[in-house]
Design a protein around this ligand. Structure first.
Ligand code: G16
Length: 550
């Protein structure tokens, strides 16, 4: 049969993509991610897994994204996207790891057979795959390994080309729900722009346009895609000025620019010339994160990160729901341990919204946000979105409203359900969401920033021999292992006013991350570097201690 699995063919193809010796691969926070030259065999095998997943899910289209997002240009990575545009179901991550680590072709076939039998997969089902990549120079070669993997199982393949990660999530969902009552839009890049642009114009109609938004596109795929989106929206609604939009020169991607750089170093990206009064935002390398910022009268850099976006979006949506008279729709916010303490206090005490804290990684936030009628989720690093449950969508789409004010609020909520990419955090869609809210409120960035003041905070990376020895609990806020380390961290924290700090292994980089916040900048930095030094000394630090306050 045409679709059934030919194991000899797989072995033959796999021989061209041998697994390097002595490397242990793990499907982490956002799939596999590491130096691009170590990924050939992994990508080939991810293709195989995607086909198995599609067969398992009745030939639903599975998405594959080749990107390493915020990582340096020489890294690359790959992740699978499930039919509704969400991250791969967690129970399958283990299969990805097993496939990637099978040393020989025979072992690989054994793992495939096991997955087929464990999941009762009907081998004769056809498989449908759509894939895309970002602008990394290693992308084309990795795509070719992927295609070899997909072809070894006779999958139907759609090459979606060079795209942002959220565009791939969007199109995956579109393919799977086309023509159903959950239709999500045209499964094309053009369809994506049209949907977002139309919704944006609806939400801001009749309001004065804001001053230009300066966008640092991290020299990544977000640059050409933002330009395209802006064309669809039209200058009369949004004026976008791009910097760091050189996505063709090698060595520039994410280099001293982009959302991760700005959030971590808490300063302007290279190339930005914004002055007091200007408005600015940064995307990351695959345009799934966004942070905003401005400079104050005294030239101080001010960051509006994912926490601030959650507050802004949550506040606006709650107001619309109230004005529309849609009682019975609850709104909640989901954060991670990286959320600034002040933001959590603001959300809980001032906005009176329920807040949940989950481990890092979009999949965790996404699932938690699904528990609310409208779930706003944002990581402090700028990755997030808003989910509308079926109940909320039905209520919003069937509501009519009595007064003109109610009708307007309902119309805006409807438009927001199209404006927001509900599959995953999306820098382009989130930019439009923020711009739409600020336009409606006629707020400057400073006015938005006034909701609350962030506690000074600091992120430090520590390189250790083996980050996998770090085990955490309580939404990553406490270390279980190495034993005894948490007690020492607690002792340090107790010496600082409003001190908070935690340590966790990164799922996307070969480092351990240390987060700290405290009442003042000096105390916060001291705490961060002391905890980092402790980790370095007690848990196999290598390559030099983090520099300050040793
Ligand atoms: C990915 C994940 C995010 C996560 C980030 C950092 O983002 O999608 O959920 O916050 O990695 O993760 P970690 O601290 O484990 O390295 P991106 O934008 O790089 O895909």
């Amino acid at each position: 049969m045409q679709n059934s699995i030919n194991y000899d063919k797989i072995k033959e193809a796999a021989a061209y993509h041998p697994k390097p010796q002595d490397i242990n691969y793990t499907y982490g926070t956002a799939g596999f991610r590491m130096k691009a030259d170590l990924l050939d065999s992994v990508i080939f095998r991810v293709g195989i897994l995607a086909v198995l997943r599609s067969k398992k899910l009745d030939s639903k289209t599975i998405g594959i994204m080749i990107t390493a997002s915020h990582n340096p240009e020489h890294d690359n990575g790959v992740k699978l996207v499930d039919p509704y545009g969400e991250m791969l179901e967690q129970s399958w991550e283990n299969y990805a790891t097993q496939l990637a680590n099978a040393q020989t072709e025979d072992e690989l076939v054994d793992v495939i057979k096991q997955i087929v039998s464990n999941n009762d997969i009907d081998e004769s089902k056809p498989a449908n795959i759509v894939y895309a990549r970002d602008t990394r120079p290693s992308g084309p070669a990795l795509v070719s390994a992927l295609v070899d993997g997909l072809k070894s199982l006779n999958s139907k393949i759609i090459d979606f080309g060079v795209k942002t990660t959220p565009q791939l999530h969007y199109v995956t969902r579109c393919y799977n729900v086309q023509g159903t009552e959950d239709d999500y839009g045209e499964p094309t890049e053009e369809g994506y722009y049209k949907k977002l642009a139309t919704a944006f114009r609806k939400v801001v109609e009749g309001k004065s346009r804001l001053t230009p938004i300066h966008i640092d596109a991290a020299n990544g795929v977000g640059a050409p895609k933002m330009k395209e989106l802006a064309k669809h929206i039209g200058d009369e609604y949004l004026e976008a000025v791009l910097v760091n939009d050189d996505y063709t020169t090698q060595g520039k991607l994410n280099y001293q620019c982009g959302a991760d750089f700005v959030k971590t170093s808490q300063r302007l990206p290279f190339g930005s010339k914004i002055k007091h009064g200007d408005r600015a935002a940064s995307f990351d390398g695959d345009a799934d994160r966004i942070v905003y910022y401005y400079v104050d009268e005294d030239n101080t850099f001010k960051l509006l990160d994912g926490d601030k976006i959650a507050g802004l979006a949550g506040g606006f949506i709650i107001d619309l729901v109230k004005t529309a008279g849609l009682e019975g729709i609850n709104v909640g916010v989901v954060q991670t341990a990286y959320a600034n303490g002040s933001s959590t206090t603001y959300l809980e005490k001032v906005m009176n919204v329920p807040v949940s804290c989950v481990p890092t990684g979009v999949k965790h936030l996404h699932h938690e946000a699904e528990k609310y009628d409208i779930g706003v989720y944002f990581e402090a690093n700028g990755h997030g979105t808003v989910l509308f449950s079926k109940k909320a969508l039905k209520t919003i789409h069937s509501a009519e409203g009595q007064t003109a004010e109610q009708k307007e609020a309902i119309e805006k909520l409807r438009a927001l359900t199209d404006l927001i990419n509900q599959t995953v955090g999306d820098a382009l869609s989130d930019l439009l969401l923020v711009e739409a809210i600020l336009t409606n409120r006629q707020w400057s960035l400073k006015q938005w920033d006034q909701a609350y003041s962030d506690l000074p905070n600091r992120l430090v990376k520590v390189v250790v021999e083996n980050r996998h020895i770090f085990k955490t609990t309580d939404a990553e806020r406490k270390l279980l292992e190495p034993t005894g380390l948490q007690e020492q961290i607690n002792e340090l924290i107790s010496k600082y006013k409003n001190g908070r700090s935690f340590v966790r292994p990164s799922g996307t980089e070969d480092v351990v991350r240390v987060y700290a916040e405290a009442a003042t900048r000096e105390e916060c930095d001291e705490l961060a570097y002391k905890v980092a030094g402790l980790v370095y000394d007690q848990a196999g630090g290598t390559g030099g201690k983090p520099k300050e306050f040793l």
